[in-house]
Design a protein around this ligand. Structure first.
Ligand SMILES: Cc1cc2nc3c(=O)[nH]c(=O)nc-3n(C[C@H](O)[C@H](O)[C@H](O)COP(=O)(O)O)c2cc1C
Length: 217
């Protein structure tokens, strides 16, 4: 499907056909989209937990109880559910991991190029740590880029999806020991195929007008 049709035709799935599974080779493309998403100073401050079994989805669904129970079936009946986690800081270990990976990937022609990249990235980190005091929020923004990439990508692959902020973050963080790893759960995405109960599949899409959305100068 071409990208504009996918953007217009995709919708947030509200109910899944629990019998239909997404072929793993298609999900591999979704994983690759997540991993290749852009991020400020190539910070890649994410980790993705993938559930593709009933047991795995049930662990995630523990965070969709009480006031969040409207999302429970969207987790349990989907084919795959991914927890998008964000780093809460850019610590030394992560900064060095990034730099070493960029070196292995052939990004630096010499030691000066490596040092320049390290200094540039640290400059942004320090600006957010001491200036804006908003490192965690800055990093979360990067993870949301991966969310958008995956949602549009899934649509081009003919996969239905549901982004979800409606879950208890503390429950999920405890379930997967995320805080101990310097991570926090941020947003969930279910992937699968809509059932006939998905009322949103047939509703018209609603967006503000072009005039309200853009200023062309
Ligand atoms: C970050 C984010 C969080 C969302 N959280 C939920 C959610 O918890 N449950 C849900 O059913 N839909 C959720 N949505 C879906 C939005 O309501 C939906 O994207 C919006 O109404 C536009 O409709 P569309 O996705 O069908 O085009 C979320 C969407 C985004 C981008």
């Amino acid at each position: 499907m071409d990208i504009l049709s996918a953007a217009k035709e995709r919708h947030t799935a509200k109910a899944y056909d629990a019998q239909r599974r997404i072929p793993e080779e298609l999900m591999q493309k979704v994983y690759s989209l997540l991993r290749h998403s852009p991020s400020s100073v190539n910070s890649q401050p994410w980790h993705f937990i993938v559930a593709n079994t009933p047991e795995g989805r049930a662990r995630i669904a523990k965070a969709a109880q009480g006031g969040y129970s409207y999302n429970q079936a969207k987790i349990e009946d989907a084919s795959h559910v991914i927890v998008l986690c964000s780093r809460i800081d850019m610590d030394e270990a992560h900064l060095n991991n990034l730099l070493d990976q960029e070196e292995r990937d052939g990004r630096f022609k010499d030691a000066a190029a490596r040092a320049g990249q390290d200094a540039g990235r640290r400059g942004y980190v320090y600006q957010h740590r001491f200036g804006g005091k908003d490192v965690a929020q800055w990093l979360e923004k990067q993870v949301y880029l991966a969310l958008g990439t995956a949602l549009l990508g899934a649509a081009t692959l003919g996969i239905d999806a549901t982004p979800m902020e409606g879950f208890d973050q503390k429950i999920l963080d405890a379930e997967f020991g995320l805080n101990e790893q310097g991570l926090a759960s941020l947003v969930l995405v279910s992937f699968g195929y809509s059932s006939e109960k998905d009322f949103n599949a047939t509703l018209p899409k609603s967006r503000l007008s072009e005039e309200m959305t853009f200023t062309f100068i």
